[in-house]
Design a protein around this ligand. Structure first.
Ligand code: SF4
Ligand code: SF4
Ligand code: SF4
Length: 214
């Protein structure tokens, strides 16, 4: 009689080896942590991080199909567990909430959301019933907040989420902002940095305190 096939159980030695490997990885500091703890900005529909991480296959389909090329990937510095998962990089483009990334996601890591069409300043835009994050002005980098003149984000926001104070400095209404990232993409502050690999702008989309809810 044939011996029963062995099940691929991890031996005690293998388990200890895995734990030791993990300890080495986490002991290497920020470069090799399993999770860095840094909040990542996901494509629309991926704002429930626990659910997203449990489902994302790192298959790259969302990034490949995005027409504006705004989806990049998380780096090893973000943690081994999340490296190569999709993240929004608004210095590369903006999100139009076209829904293509959600459509191609094979595991529903990016969950469906609804959009309605609306007209702002003569242009038709999609208004999602979720938000990817909220824009936040960096006063130390923003040209207008640093004593100069700039109204680029104010003019570019398709949703009217940016207003100006009496000195012409931008203020974001976080209740209106849906994290489309147009303002980040067009912001001219620190453009010189882009030539040396820097991506910092005068405004940034950060994960919303409300998660993806409006
Ligand atoms: S909704 Fe469209 S534009 Fe936005 S990240 Fe997905 S594919 Fe790109
Ligand atoms: S586009 Fe950038 S530099 Fe100009 S006002 Fe907005 S945040 Fe400031
Ligand atoms: S403030 Fe920026 S991220 Fe928010 S809706 Fe306007 S352009 Fe989009």
């Amino acid at each position: 009689m044939d011996a029963e096939p062995k099940t691929p159980m991890m031996t005690r030695k293998g388990f200890l080896g895995a734990v030791a490997g993990l300890a080495v990885m986490t002991g290497l500091g920020g470069v090799a942590k399993v999770f860095s703890g840094r909040e990542l900005l996901r494509p629309p529909g991926g704002q429930d991080e626990a659910s997203f991480i449990s489902r994302c296959l790192k298959c790259d389909r969302c990034r490949s199909i995005c027409p504006t090329r705004v989806i990049g990937i998380a780096e090893v510095e973000d943690g081994f567990a999340v490296a190569r998962t999709p993240v929004m990089k608004f210095h590369l483009g903006e999100c139009t909430f076209c829904g293509k990334c959600t459509e191609v996601c094979p595991t529903k890591a990016l969950t469906a959301y609804r959009t309605t069409e609306a007209s702002f300043a003569g242009a038709t835009v999609r208004v999602p019933d979720i938000r990817t994050g909220s824009a936040s002005v960096h006063k130390d980098r923003c040209i207008a907040w640093s004593g100069g003149t700039c109204a680029v984000c104010f003019k570019a926001c398709p949703y009217g989420a940016v207003s100006q104070d009496s000195d012409g400095r931008p203020i974001v209404d976080e209740h209106v902002c849906n994290g489309c990232g147009v303002c980040v993409y067009v912001c001219p502050a620190l453009t010189a940095r882009s030539y040396i690999g820097g991506t910092s702008r005068g405004i940034e989309v950060v994960p919303s305190k409300s998660g993806g809810a409006l």
